[in-house]
Ligand binder design. Structure first.
Ligand code: RUB
Length: 301
C-alpha cells in the first residue's frame, strides 16, 4: 500500500482507532523511504516532510498519529547520507510498530488485574487497548460480562460486539442513550483514548464524557487504557486538542433534512476528575500524573 492509499484509508476510516492509525502511518513512512528512488538527501527530507504532513492531515484529534510520524521522522535528522536516512526511517518505523504492539500486551496484562471475578464492564466505541484488557481477563478465566455501546454515528460498537463474542465474552449491545439506565449494574467502565492531555483530560470517542459522568454519579470507576504515545506533549505548550468534525451524512442524509444544520463532532473531552486511572504500558497512573509521563517521554527522546 503506498502512502496516499494509507492516507485515504485513514480518512475514510477503513483504518481506524488511534493505535492502528499510528502504526499504519509508521508503516507508510517506512514504505515511502524504502521505495524512494531519488539521489539527493535534501530532496528526500523535503519529500518526507510532505508525506508526513499528508498523513497528519488525515485525522486531527489522535495525537498517536502525530507522535508516530515525529518519532519516525527523527531518523532522517541525524543521517549523514541518503542510504542512512532511508535505513533509519525504516528501523524507527519497525521499532515503533513493535513497541506499540508490545505496549498493547502490557496494558492488557496490567489492566486485566483490575477486573474482578463476576465484574460487569461497560465499554464504548472500539478500542484495541480496552478490548485487549477485557479479553485478557476473560482468558485468565474470570467470569465477566460486557455492555458495549452502539457508538453512533459510525457504530464502531458492532466491531466491539463481534470481537468480544468471537472470544466468548458474554456481551450485550446497548444504544448510547441507555448508558445511564444500565450504569447501576456496572462495576467498571473501560475505554481507550485518542489523546491524553498534560492536565489529564482524556479525549476519546464522542459520548465518552457522558459515560464518565454517569459512572461518576453511580460511583462506578472509569479506567482508561492508553499507550504513552497517546500522551500529548503539544498540550504542555498550550495547544488545545482539535476535535474532529466529520461529514454530517454519517448521522443522517443531509438531503432528507435540507434546512437543518447538523453537527458531527466525533470525539469529546473527559476531564480528569471523571477518570479513576489510566493504564499505560509503564503502569497504572492517576490522570493527574499525565504531566509526569509527558515530561519523562520528552527526556527519553
Ligand atoms: C476510535 C476511538 C477509540 C480510540 C482508542 O475512534 O475513539 O476509543 O481511538 O482506540 P475512531 P485504540 O473509530 O473514530 O477511530 O485503543 O485501538 O487505540
Amino acid at each position: 500500500m503506498d502512502l496516499e492509499e494509507t492516507a485515504r484509508k485513514i480518512e475514510s476510516m477503513d483504518i481506524r482507532g488511534a493505535a492502528k492509525i499510528a502504526r499504519a502511518a509508521a508503516s507508510a513512512l517506512k514504505s515511502f523511504a524504502m521505495d524512494y528512488d531519488g539521489s539527493d538527501i535534501k530532496q528526500f527530507r523535503d519529500e518526507l516532510k510532505m508525506a508526513a504532513s499528508r498523513l497528519i492531515s488525515t485525522r486531527p484529534t489522535a495525537v498517536s498519529l502525530r507522535n508516530a510520524v515525529s518519532i519516525v521522522l527523527k531518523g532522517a535528522d541525524s543521517a549523514e547520507d541518503l542510504v542512512m536516512a532511508r535505513k533509519n526511517i525504516a528501523t524507527r518505523a519497525e521499532e515503533f510498530i513493535t513497541n506499540s504492539e508490545k505496549a498493547l500486551n502490557t496494558i492488557a496484562e496490567i489492566g486485566s488485574k483490575r477486573i474482578k471475578e463476576n465484574d460487569i464492564l461497560l465499554t464504548h466505541c472500539n478500542s484495541s487497548a480496552a478490548l485487549s484488557t477485557i479479553i485478557k481477563a476473560h482468558k485468565d478465566g474470570k467470569n465477566i460480562e460486557v455492555y458495549a455501546t452502539e457508538s453512533r454515528p459510525k457504530r464502531q460498537g458492532y466491531i466491539t460486539i463481534r470481537q468480544l463474542v468471537d472470544e466468548g465474552v458474554p456481551t450485550t449491545l446497548i444504544v448510547d442513550s441507555a448508558v445511564r439506565h444500565v450504569m447501576p449494574n456496572v462495576d467498571l467502565v473501560i475505554v481507550g483514548a485518542d489523546t491524553v492531555a498534560s492536565n489529564g483530560d482524556v479525549i476519546n470517542k464522542i459520548g465518552t464524557s457522558q459515560i464518565a459522568l454517569c459512572a461518576h454519579e453511580a460511583r462506578v470507576p472509569v479506567m482508561v487504557c492508553a499507550e504513552t504515545y497517546k500522551f500529548s506533549a503539544e498540550t504542555l505548550t498550550g495547544e488545545i486538542v482539535k476535535i474532529e468534525e466529520r461529514d454530517v451524512n454519517e448521522i443522517v442524509r443531509q438531503k432528507d433534512f435540507p434546512k437543518v444544520r447538523i453537527f458531527n463532532p466525533v470525539f469529546d473531552v473527559t476531564p480528569p476528575e471523571y477518570v479513576d486511572v489510566i493504564v499505560t504500558e509503564k503502569g497504572v497512573i492517576s490522570p493527574y500524573a499525565a504531566y509526569e509521563i509527558i515530561k519523562s517521554l520528552n527526556s527519553d527522546s
